[in-house]
Write a protein that binds this ligand. Structure first.
Ligand SMILES: Cc1ncc(COP(=O)(O)O)c(C=O)c1O
Length: 413
């Protein structure tokens, strides 16, 4: 694909030719596009809505009406059933290793807290890590050592220390850099540590092999590249063999050995269900299934390959059009070392993002201090979308349009 891009003139006809040859092009019709004039390249805080989601939500509403409390006979197993589907389609997981439940923040707390209850030593985390991960790690009461998610950095940061746990993102939320899971996990194990991966920007965008990659634990969200909807429940994963050695620090009744025994003390369930806490959000779980099914049908090798190609086109267009306008690329150029979003740095990034939304009908997002973040989910983004978004961005900045928007900060960026 990189070679194919180099051979192109990078005009719009090239983008259309890439779309014509795209084996995943037909998947765009399986998602709702309310406004065809809007280019949605949010990077990525919320994926588009699958067409099938409406039926899934209606189905659970009908079930609720018809079956009332009897519906729980079936609903009670949704976190594990959906977990198995998501785990096998997107994570390289074995059955019984994945749950869909709670938020990433809560799942991280549960898994990291369970590890630290059994192990002494420091916790390692990237100083640039997504805030919620840093806050949770800081709150666990251990000394925190900072390291980038690279094997040599980890070894250097932790030489001569006892290390309990390393927590890293597989795809960096800001730059889009993709860590080498196998190398980093092996380095963590050499140090005697377990490793927990945050897959929020990786799941549904890159191929993940948690078992082959030597991971011990993982968490991630389903509202980005898995299209589960706003506030969709997250997932957690623990490798077989480790599960029954850990106990959740949130000992809820859904994770108890005999939930309806209502016994005096908490006894954890056997298996991954011990990491459930309270009542699962059944309506929200219903909305996660369609995105998982679509990615499973398309296949992650094809999805990830298209992600590399879309980001490759974006980087080529950045180099040609945007670098002369004061942008710099913060995303790795190696297609195998990035996820499905690109980060463009510019001193006026905030106003550029606002102007794109208000004046150019392009939706990116902004990440402090100076990043315009553009995401390209493979099932919902065409090569023409990338071309047109970059053309509008180029024209807007060249004309100084961003200087005419209100620079006031907003709650959501
Ligand atoms: C890398 C990463 N981790 C964690 C989170 C937060 O997840 P949640 O809001 O489900 O706790 C996000 C949200 O965007 C994220 O990007």
């Amino acid at each position: 694909m990189a070679d194919a891009l180099r051979a192109l003139n990078l005009d719009r006809a090239d983008a259309l030719a890439l779309d014509a040859a795209d084996p995943l092009a037909a998947y765009a019709k399986r998602f709702v596009v309310d406004d065809p004039g809007l280019i949605y390249v949010d990077g990525n805080s919320l994926g588009r809505r699958p067409v099938a989601t409406a039926g899934a939500l209606q189905g659970v509403a009908d079930d609720w009406a018809a079956r009332l409390v009897g519906g729980w006979e079936d609903w009670i197993s949704w976190p594990t059933r959906l977990g198995d589907q998501l785990g096998s389609a997107l994570l390289g997981a074995a059955p019984g290793e994945t749950l869909v439940c709670d938020s990433v923040t809560v799942n991280l707390y549960k898994l990291a807290g369970a590890v630290l209850a059994r192990r002494s030593g420091v916790v390692v985390c990237d100083a640039e890590e997504f805030p919620t991960d840093r806050y949770v790690v800081d709150a666990l009461g251990r000394q925190v050592v900072h390291s980038a998610p690279r094997a040599e950095a980890l070894r250097a940061a932790c030489a001569d220390r006892e290390v309990a746990l390393a927590v890293f993102s597989l795809v960096d939320y800001r730059s889009g850099a993709l860590a080498d899971m196998a190398a980093v996990s092996a380095a963590a194990h050499e140090l005697g540590a377990l490793v927990l991966w945050d897959l929020s920007h990786a799941v549904g965008s890159v191929e993940i092999d948690l078992r082959g990659g030597g991971a011990d634990l993982a968490v991630g969200c389903t509202y980005k590249y898995v299209n589960g909807g706003p506030g969709a429940p997250a997932f957690l994963w623990v490798r077989t063999g480790l599960i029954d050695r850990l106990v959740s620090p949130v000992p809820g009744w859904f994770g108890a050995a005999d939930q309806f025994d209502m016994g005096p003390a908490y006894v954890p369930a056997a298996g991954i269900e011990r990491f459930l806490a309270g009542t699962p959000p059944i309506v929200a779980l219903a909305a996660v299934a369609p995105g998982v099914a679509l990615l499973n049908e398309a296949g992650m090798p094809a999805v990830a390959a298209k992600g590399r190609a879309l980001t490759g086109l974006a980087i080529a267009l950045h180099d040609r059009w945007l670098a002369p306008l004061g942008f710099t690329l913060a995303t790795p150029r190696d297609p195998w070392a990035r996820g499905a979003h690109v980060a463009l740095r510019h001193a006026e990034a905030w106003r550029i993002c606002r102007a794109l939304i208000e004046r150019a009908r392009v939706v990116p997002d902004f990440r402090r201090p100076d990043v315009v973040r553009l995401g390209f989910p493979a099932l919902t983004t065409s090569f023409a979308d990338v071309f047109d978004a970059f053309a509008r961005l180029r024209d807007l900045v060249a004309a100084g349009e961003h200087e005419r928007v209100d620079a006031a900060p907003r709650r959501v960026t």
